[in-house]
Design a protein around this ligand. Structure first.
Ligand code: NAD
Length: 430
C-alpha cells in the first residue's frame, strides 16, 4: 500500500505561492473586454462580484469541543439566471479563490449558453481529518448560514473539491426542512435516487472527450492512434481517459496525486482503474514505468489533458510541453504566464471554460428534470450533451477566427459578449 501521509494534506499556499487566481482570470477577461470594446461602465460591473458572503460556522466536534470554520459563498453574476457553482471543503480555500471560481462559472455557463449565472462556495477546513458526523454538522450549519442566497431560482450549488453526492443530499435536506417541503432543484450532483441525473457523474469527462474529437478533427489529426497523456485520475481524468481509449486513442500516460505511469505503447485504462480500486492510488501499477507529475506534462504525446489542479502549466514548464493539443479538464490548469509560450509553440489549447463545461451542462439538465419532474434516459442526456459541446466548440472556433485570437481568448470573448448583451437589454436597476 502506498504511503499516503506525504501528500494527503492539501497545500495551503498553492495559489498564493503562484498567482492570484482572481487576477489571473481577470487578465484574460481584460484582453477579451478590449477586443469587444466593452464600454467603461459595463466593464466595471462585470469586473466585480455581485455578492460576497463570509460566514463563521460553529460546529460541535465529536470531542465535545466547539470549532469555528470560515465559509464563503460568492454570486459573481446572475444576469443570465440563477447562480451556479460548486462548494469545496479545503484548507486552501480563500475568498480570492472563491471569487475567481465564481467568475469562471459565469463565463463557463455563458460559453455553453445555459441559463445560469456564476457562483461558488467554500469552507476552510480539512475534511480528511473530520468524521462523517462532523462533516454533516458543518454542511448543515454552513447551508443555514447561506440559505438566504440559495434556491432553484437564485443559487444552485453542486459538488466540488472534497464534497460529493452525500454532501449535496444534506444541503438539499437542510434547505427543504427550512422551506417545509422537498426542493430537489436547489442543488445538482445529487444521488440519482433523489433527483440526480443519469450521466452526471461521467459528464465532465464525456465533454472533454467530445471536444478532443472536435479539436483533432479541426487540426486534421487522426483520432485513432492519437497519443494522450492525462494528469489526474479522479472523476474527470479517469473518465476522459476511458472514453478516449474507447474512441481508439492510445493513452500513454496517466497520474494522480501519488505519481504517474508511462507506457509509450499504451496503458490499459480499465486495468489501472481496477488497480486503483484495490490500492487507492495508481502508483505501483506493474505494467508501466513510473514518472513524476512534472515529467508527465513533458511526455511525447499528441494530446495533454491536465485534469487535476490549477496552475500546473506555468511560465516555468510550458516550454517543455510536447503535446500539440491541450484539453483543460481541470479549472485553471494553465497559469496566465504560460499562454504566450504555448501560443508561440503552436499548441492548440481548448480552455477550461469550454473543455470541462460538460459537468455544468448536465447539472443544468438535472435542474431542468427536477423542475419538470420528468426524468430522461442516459441516451437522451448524452445526446443533448454532445449537441451542446459540439456547437459550443464551433462557436468558440468561429470567434477565434473572427478576431484572430486563441481559443481561450475566444471563449472569454464569446462569454463576456453574451453576459454583456443581457446587461444592456435589462438596463441598470436604479
Ligand atoms: P477528483 O478529486 O475526483 O480527482 C482529482 C484527481 O487529481 C485525483 O486523481 C488526485 O489524485 C489528482 N491529484 C491531486 N493532486 C494532484 C497533483 N498534485 N498532481 C497530480 N494529480 C493530482 O476531482 P475531479 O472532480 O476529477 O476534478 C479535477 C479538476 O476538474 C478540478 O480542477 C475540478 O475543479 C475540475 N472540474 C471538475 C468537474 C466535475 O464534474 N467533477 C467539472 C468541471 C471541472
Amino acid at each position: 500500500m502506498t504511503d499516503t501521509k506525504s501528500f494527503m494534506k492539501p497545500d495551503k499556499d498553492r495559489f498564493l505561492a503562484d498567482e492570484n487566481p482572481f487576477e489571473a482570470m481577470m487578465s484574460r477577461f481584460d484582453f477579451a473586454a478590449g477586443l469587444l470594446k466593452l464600454d467603461a461602465g459595463l466593464y466595471k460591473v462585470l469586473r466585480h462580484p455581485e455578492t460576497q458572503l463570509i460566514t463563521s460556522v460553529p460546529v460541535q466536534m465529536d470531542s465535545g469541543e466547539i470549532e469555528v470554520f470560515t465559509g464563503y459563498r460568492v454570486l459573481y453574476n446572475t444576469s443570465r439566471g440563477p447562480g451556479k457553482g460548486g462548494i469545496r471543503f479545503d484548507l486552501a480555500v480563500t475568498l480570492e479563490e472563491v471569487k475567481a471560481l465564481a467568475a469562471w462559472m459565469t463565463w463557463k455557463c455563458a460559453v455553453v449558453n445555459i441559463p445560469f449565472g456564476g457562483a461558488k462556495g467554500g469552507v476552510v477546513c480539512d475534511p480528511l481529518t473530520m468524521s462523517v458526523g462532523e462533516l454533516e454538522r458543518l454542511t448543515r450549519r454552513y447551508t443555514a448560514s447561506i440559505i438566504d442566497l440559495l434556491g432553484p431560482d437564485s443559487d444552485v450549488p453542486a459538488p466540488d473539491v472534497n464534497t460529493n453526492e452525500r454532501v449535496m443530499a444534506w444541503i438539499m435536506d437542510t434547505y427543504s426542512m427550512h422551506h417545509r417541503h422537498t426542493v430537489t432543484a436547489v442543488v445538482t450532483g445529487k444521488p440519482v435516487v433523489m433527483g440526480g441525473s443519469l450521466g452526471r457523474r461521467e459528464a465532465t469527462g464525456r465533454g472533454c472527450m467530445i471536444v478532443t474529437k472536435q479539436a483533432l478533427q479541426h487540426l486534421g489529426m487522426p483520432l485513432k492512434g492519437a497519443r494522450v497523456v492525462v494528469q489526474g485520475f479522479g472523476n474527470v481524468g479517469s473518465i476522459t481517459a476511458e472514453l478516449l481509449q474507447a474512441e481508439g486513442c492510445v493513452i500513454v500516460g496517466v497520474s494522480d496525486v501519488s505519481g504517474g505511469l508511462h507506457n509509450p505503447k499504451g496503458l490499459d485504462v480499465k486495468d489501472i482503474l481496477a488497480w486503483r480500486q484495490e490500492h487507492r492510488y495508481v502508483t505501483g501499477y506493474p505494467r508501466a514505468e513510473s514518472v513524476t507529475n512534472e515529467d508527465l506534462l513533458a511526455l511525447e504525446c499528441d494530446v495533454l489533458v491536465p485534469a487535476a489542479l490549477e496552475n500546473v502549466i506555468t511560465a516555468r514548464n510550458a516550454d517543455a510541453v510536447k503535446a500539440r493539443v491541450i484539453i483543460e479538464g481541470a479549472n485553471g490548469p494553465t497559469a496566465a504566464g504560460a499562454d504566450e509560450i504555448l501560443d508561440r509553440k503552436g499548441v492548440f489549447v481548448v480552455p477550461d471554460i469550454l473543455a470541462n463545461a460538460g459537468g455544468v451542462t448536465v447539472s443544468y439538465f438535472e435542474w431542468v428534470q427536477d423542475r419538470g419532474g420528468y426524468f430522461w434516459t442516459e441516451e437522451v442526456v448524452n445526446s443533448r450533451l454532445t449537441d451542446i459541446m459540439v456547437n459550443s466548440f464551433a462557436n468558440v472556433l468561429d470567434v477565434s477566427k473572427k478576431y484572430g485570437v486563441n481559443m481561450r481568448i475566444a471563449a472569454y470573448t464569446l462569454a463576456i459578449d453574451r453576459v454583456a448583451m443581457v446587461h444592456r437589454l435589462r438596463g441598470l436597476y436604479a
